[in-house]
Design a protein around this ligand. Structure first.
Ligand code: ACO
Length: 311
């Protein structure tokens, strides 16, 4: 460790400045960023699967075009994030290897199945809504390449959230059966969505250090509360109810109270035993294996190009 560099780093962090790829940084800071950014990248890539499942069954051409664009955006987010992680000295191959062998985590939410078309709307509204709540503060996180990637990602996420809410508003104007389909999807996705913010602050192992380093600007519980407060109002406009009898406004706190989260379910999913974990990983590994010829062809093309240049 170099104390002079450490002082420079701490001063920059305390002043709310950005650390850049070539700046000196503590090893633990680098490791934390690689962990978080790569988990985030994996979440985007695995997150393409539950919605990709509905592209061929979208009810109209307009909805299909929207869904296709959204799923492609998620692929793009994964790529910017892998690139941001690579600036920290890790290779994309190493990161993908960790995903494919089940060593790396990705967001719990993407292990739930998409059973009906209403799920597509609810993912946009609740899942992307929760993602934005968590990701807006990351646009100001202390690591420059991550912060800058998050700016564009958040703009695209807000389009994703809007399209989901719009889809649901339209279904709510439809038949009784369609309204029931929306309510059923809300019932299944509400709890997993609020679990996305991670464990309670008191149980969050990384929060203290990440806050100190300016990676985490707002805590897991505070973000979850902001999300609940914002979403309850949107549910009223939509005409759906959340599956939580304890959800109610608390005038004293100026926030909504809500029921206890089932952390056994959360950890069960995080540790690989949710409904979709096995299928999600198998789909990613298959895509990687099926794409081997593309990687080989690209390398061969590059080899020939380099050989021509040296002639
Ligand atoms: N799903 C899976 N794992 C989770 C989740 C979740 N929803 N929430 C927390 N965890 C994991 C953490 O990764 C950590 O595991 P690790 O030590 O093996 O890395 C452990 O639970 C303890 O949690 P925390 O100490 O609270 O971890 P952290 O400080 O990293 O906070 C958080 C978790 C809030 C998810 C943070 O990593 C973050 O902001 N990440 C960037 C955003 C992101 O990844 N979003 C992905 C979903 S949104 C989308 O892709 C559309």
């Amino acid at each position: 460790e170099n104390p002079a560099y450490q002082v420079e780093f701490d001063t920059k962090i305390d002043a709310g400045g950005y650390i850049e790829a070539k700046d000196w940084m503590p090893e633990a800071y680098r490791k934390t960023l690689i962990r978080q950014i790569s988990q985030h990248a994996h979440s985007e890539i695995v997150g393409m699967l539950p919605e990709g499942n509905w592209i061929t069954r979208a009810p109209t051409l307009k909805r299909k075009a929207i869904l296709l664009a959204k799923v492609q955006d998620e692929g793009g987010h994964g790529l910017y994030l892998y690139a941001a992680a690579e600036t920290l000295g890790v290779s994309r191959d190493e990161l993908l290897e960790a995903l494919h062998t089940g060593k790396a985590k990705y967001s719990s939410i993407f292990n739930y199945p998409t059973l009906t078309w209403a799920d597509i709307g609810v993912i946009g509204w609740l899942v992307d809504g929760a993602a934005i709540m968590n990701q807006i503060p990351l646009c100001k996180c202390s690591y420059g390449p991550y912060a800058r990637a998050m700016v564009r990602i958040c703009k695209e996420e807000s389009f994703h959230q809007r399209q989901g809410y719009d889809l649901l508003l339209q279904m709510m104007k439809g038949t009784e059966e369609q309204r029931e389909m929306v309510q059923d999807a809300v019932n299944r996705w509400w709890w997993p969505s609020i679990m996305m913010f991670g464990p309670h602050d008191k149980d969050s192992v990384h929060s203290g250090q990440s806050a100190r380093w300016g990676i985490k600007r707002i805590s897991n519980d505070d973000l979850r509360q902001k999300f609940v407060d914002a979403t309850v109002e949107q549910a009223k406009v939509l005409g759906v109810t959340m599956p939580d009898p304890e959800l109610k406004w608390n005038a004293e706190r100026g926030h909504h109270d809500f029921g206890a989260i089932d952390w056994d379910e959360f950890w069960n999913v995080v540790n690989g035993h949710g409904q979709g974990n096995v299928d999600r990983l198998a789909a990613r590994v298959k895509a990687w294996d099926d794409g081997a010829w593309v990687r080989e062809a690209a390398l061969e093309h590059e080899r020939k190009r380099a050989a021509r240049e040296h002639q």
